[in-house]
Design a protein. Sequence first.
Length: 422
Amino acid sequence: MTQQEVIEFVQENDVKFIRLAFVDLFGAMKNIAVMASELPRAFDGGISFDASAVKGFCDVDRSELFLKPDPNTLTLLPWRPQTGRVARMMCDCLTPEGRPFDGYSRTILRSQVEKARSLGYFFRLGTEYEFYLFQADENGEVTLKPQDQAGYMDVSPLDKGENIRREICLTLEEMHIQPESSHHENGPGQNEIDFHYAGALTAADNAMAFKGAVRSIAAQYGLCASFMPKPLSDEYGNGLHVNLSVEKDGRSLFEQESGALAPDAQHAMAGILHRIREISLFLNPIPSSYRRLGSFEAPKAVNWSYGSRSQLIRIPACTPGHGRMELRSPDPACNPYLAFALILAAAMEGITEVTPLQQPMAVTEYLPGNLEEAIALAEKSQFVREVIPESTLKKYLDEKRKTAARFDADPKAVFQQHLRTI
């Protein structure tokens, strides 16, 4: 949509409030609501906010940034009142000079998308999000009591989440986000919703909208949704499986020919395998992430296969036109903009450097065993510094060190905090 089309849509559909949304460095959704009459000003120069109050953004001495909405992300919020309606747009963050703020994760992802395009490659991502639905206590706070005791792909009455998943999917369609499928997952009260392929920036925008919709709809049912990687110690964890396809000259590189992958597809996989340990901090950003890895089919070894769901990367069996690789280590606690930016950068490096692909099921390394190890690997990585600006990386690492220290001092308190907020 153009800016003018957005303004006309708002006028014709009784939209009174516009939520200008963005994410902090760690993937938490933020927004400021403006009246619809402020849209022209927002499009023209942006709406200012105190960036020093946003985790991982600016220092107090240079704290002003501007939110400029992306007209292509306009969506109504179906769960809000239908009179005096509420719409939301994802925003870019600009400096007072009108330049993109290079510490904003959406900017970081866009730069990798543009780099890929300059090399002739177009990446599409299809995400599979897992989450738990827990009962709430008398104060509306999350408990560890699952909504049901159903298992993988069970049906009603064992599966008590099917009506919620139905409402989530219909709501997402109203928001012009296309879910592909949904089902009950292995854990009690655990659900999964999968999405059609989209460009990397759109996939990240949709991920943020999806998590917000799930939480809002779950609350309407008196439940709490948690995307925490390992909320139940003796059950399956929540993964964010990333299906990746790459196109060049209109041809999908992951379409197998005579049972073999194209060379560029092999190099893209090799690039991700080569850098996965260095970028794990951004794919698996909290202590709970490392309790998930290596258990209940979540990967631990740095390897790949043509079918096994316990490997880091797998090439699924698929019909023609749906060739892809599936990266199985990320989890929903990540900032999707940073995660996708690093995945794309690693794949592009593998292609441009012609990185050789190891044999299937060969194991030479393992994913980090805890948050501290992941921090150390990221801190030493020149590759990460080529994707994330140095000052932004420092803020990220400093915060993760604080998280690790808090977890060492009081793991129960950190667990409860992440259970509520992730």
